[in-house]
Design a protein around this ligand. Structure first.
Ligand SMILES: Nc1ncnc2c1ncn2[C@@H]1O[C@H](COP(=O)(O)OP(=O)(O)OP(=O)(O)O)[C@@H](O)[C@H]1O
Length: 362
């Protein structure tokens, strides 16, 4: 449904998009995730035609080459965070607008607008003024207006960004339900990793105009390929080390202080013996006792002592000082936290070994 090859866009000296290639299948929910300024909106504007890319090898929407085609003639529609509704028109007129300019009669357009309003769970709202709607209702009308023209690709630029937390969670579910029902390709922008993990078939993680990692939510969550991706996806513990050996995807690492640990690498071919590496472990995958993990083939254990403990309601965070550095351990078992802790352990599959940018130890 969507195919982009080698898209680069510069604003003067600044390269906002740097040789980006990606594709999306029919009915796929593809999320563009990244921090502010990483190029997400620029990518969406290049797809919709609001921005002419400085360079592009290929740009296809719904099987059609759209390089040089104006936005109104591309088979895609954008939903903006700011809704971009016409304030002087009724809800039905807003939704029907795109159909009327395509030459559909006002009666038919109104009927289709009513249907779209039912789809976004706002039946009977046809004659309301936009000013009489809540933020969540305005966003639903904006979505109804976008889907009524049945685009091949729906582009959504942080559509839930202006909504409060509870409404945002409800709308996340509604949007994914709607997407499954319509089987339309969604390209969705967000800077929230939770939103991306909850909604997407695949996630494109952007960094400074480039794709840092592209994969399923579980690939990004469990197997980041860089320290940037690991930090962005919320890995609390990152420790430096040196690769001692590589065996398949298992990498043996010497941490500072000399402690040997075993972890897995998403891309073991990118790591050689002697390379500087970083290991990444989620706080909840660390245990302050290894009792339940005796069956594990590769269990890493480091001696350590508790230096801090914080109660967080559902869980507690412990800071453990080890010879390799400080580790954060998250435990849900608030009731049986030991006073003294002598070691911390974790499974090899929860220990992600990442190449360090300035690689190769001299
Ligand atoms: N019209 C413009 N003129 C000049 N620079 C721009 C323009 N639009 C965006 N930029 C710059 O291009 C880079 C990428 O911006 P973009 O809006 O694509 O990022 P983003 O990831 O969508 O950020 P945000 O999450 O804050 O919306 C930023 O450094 C931004 O300042």
């Amino acid at each position: 449904m969507l195919e982009i090859e080698g898209a680069t866009h510069r604003y003067g000296e600044l390269t906002a998009l740097d040789n980006v290639s990606l594709s999306a299948r029919q009915g796929e929910f593809l999320t563009i995730l990244g921090e502010s300024g990483s190029g997400k909106t620029t990518l969406l504007r290049v797809i919709s035609g609001l921005e002419q890319p400085t360079e592009v090898g290929k740009l296809m929407i719904g099987g059609e080459n759209v390089v040089g085609v104006p936005p109104s003639r591309r088979n895609c529609t954008t939903v903006f965070q700011s809704y971009a509704l016409f304030p002087h028109m009724s809800v039905a007129e807003n939704i029907a607008y795109g159909l009327v300019v395509r030459g559909i009669s006002r009666d038919d357009a109104r009927k289709q607008a009513s249907k779209a309003l039912e789809t976004v769970r706002l039946p009977g709202f046809e004659d309301r003024r936009v000013s009489q709607l809540s933020g969540g209702q305005k966003q639903r009308v904006a979505i109804a207006r976008a889907i009524v023209t049945r685009p091949a690709v729906l582009l959504l630029d942080e559509p839930l960004g202006a909504l409060d937390e509870r409404l945002r969670l409800n709308m996340q579910n509604e949007l994914t339900d709607l997407q499954r029902q319509l089987k339309t390709t969604f390209v969705y922008i967000t800077h929230s990793q939770e939103e991306a993990l909850a909604m997407s078939d695949r996630i494109v993680l952007m960094r400074s105009g480039r794709i840092e990692q592209l994969g399923t939510p579980s690939e990004l969550f469990d197997l980041p390929t860089s320290t940037f991706a690991a930090e962005f996806m919320g890995f609390e513990n990152l420790l430096p080390g040196v690769a001692r050996s590589v065996d398949g995807n298992l990498v043996s690492v010497a941490l500072s202080g000399g402690s040997p640990v075993v972890g897995i690498a998403a891309n073991p071919a990118g790591i050689s013996q002697g390379d500087l590496v970083t290991i990444a472990i989620r706080a909840e995958r660390l245990s302050h006792s290894d009792v339940s993990r005796k069956q594990c083939r590769h269990l890493n254990t480091l001696a350590g002592t508790k230096i801090d403990q914080r109660y967080r309601g559902k869980y507690s965070d412990l800071d453990i000082e080890t010879a390799a550095g400080k580790l954060k351990v998250r435990t849900w078992d608030n009731a049986s936290l030991p006073e003294e802790i002598s070691s911390v352990s974790w499974r090899a599959e929860d220990c992600i070994v990442l190449p360090t940018a300035a690689n190769r130890k001299t």
